[in-house]
Design a protein around this ligand. Structure first.
Ligand SMILES: [Fe+2]
Length: 254
């Protein structure tokens, strides 16, 4: 009897299969490091093109590239990054690709970002959506104040990979607090297949189940990540995530 019961229970809740690559409904990829030589992402334009070719083959129509911008470590300027975007677009076109490319940034959130925002416009994912990241271990100083300072300047904050921050793992109630402050969450594709370990997978799953994911990005740093990206795109958790209210395809494109 027990054996039958267990068997029956298992059958009632089968694991969903992943999507096939052709079924991927997300057409905009919005977090990756595909500007050559400006951060810890790709090193050459050839690598950029290798990735863009694969993205296009997977059905992506638009790519927002998001190099790190961090005072002292990645001192990229908006003007330089926009220039690099033109180079990538020209190379992609010459390569026969039709995928559209924009460059934004993944800004490290600290007081220098607030100062930067006071001086001139920041690069957004589209519309007012500003992608920011923080230290992985330590909760940033003046977290709320810096976010508020950016929000009052009209930016809508998108926190990159909230599932990866150890300081949020230690106190998960902070996820809800960030949501009440109007912060959007961008979860990484690779988290959905355990690429960063079990804890990150757990929190990605939890945010997806709760419907607290607004955007999905790859955070790909080079062609070496394409196999794990393919695995993630065909994973059961990704299927579940894209069934929720994901905003990628609705980003304005100007
Ligand atoms: Fe990133």
């Amino acid at each position: 009897m027990m054996r039958w019961f267990r068997f029956g229970k298992k059958r009632k809740d089968p694991a969903l299969p992943g999507l096939s690559l052709e079924e991927n409904p997300i057409r905009t990829e919005l977090h990756n490091h595909l500007v050559p030589g400006v951060d810890d992402g790709v090193g050459t334009l050839d690598e950029t093109l290798t990735v863009l070719r694969q993205y296009e083959a997977w059905g992506y129509e638009r790519v927002v590239i998001t190099p790190h911008v961090m005072s002292g470590y990645y001192p990229n300027t908006e003007a330089d990054l926009l220039e690099k975007a033109d180079e990538i677009r020209r190379a992609a076109e010459a390569d026969g690709l039709s995928i559209q490319v924009r460059v934004a940034a993944e800004y490290f959130l600290d007081e220098t970002l607030v100062e930067r925002a006071k001086k001139g416009p920041l690069l957004t994912l589209g519309g007012a959506f500003l992608l920011v990241e923080t230290d992985f271990m330590q909760r940033p100083m003046d977290f709320e104040r810096n976010i508020f300072e950016l929000q009052v300047r009209g930016y809508q904050i998108v926190l990159a990979h909230p599932e990866r921050y150890a300081y949020l793992h230690r106190d998960p109630s902070q996820y809800d607090d960030l949501r009440t402050r109007g912060i959007r969450f961008q979860v990484n594709l690779f988290s959905m297949v355990g690429h960063y370990g079990d804890a990150v997978y757990h929190f990605a799953r939890r945010l997806i189940k709760k419907g607290d994911v607004d955007f999905i990005g790859s955070d790909l740093h080079g062609p070496r990540h394409l196999p794990v990206m393919e695995k993630a795109l065909t994973s059961p958790l990704y299927r579940e995530a894209v069934g929720k209210n994901i905003q990628n395809n609705r980003l304005s494109w100007d």
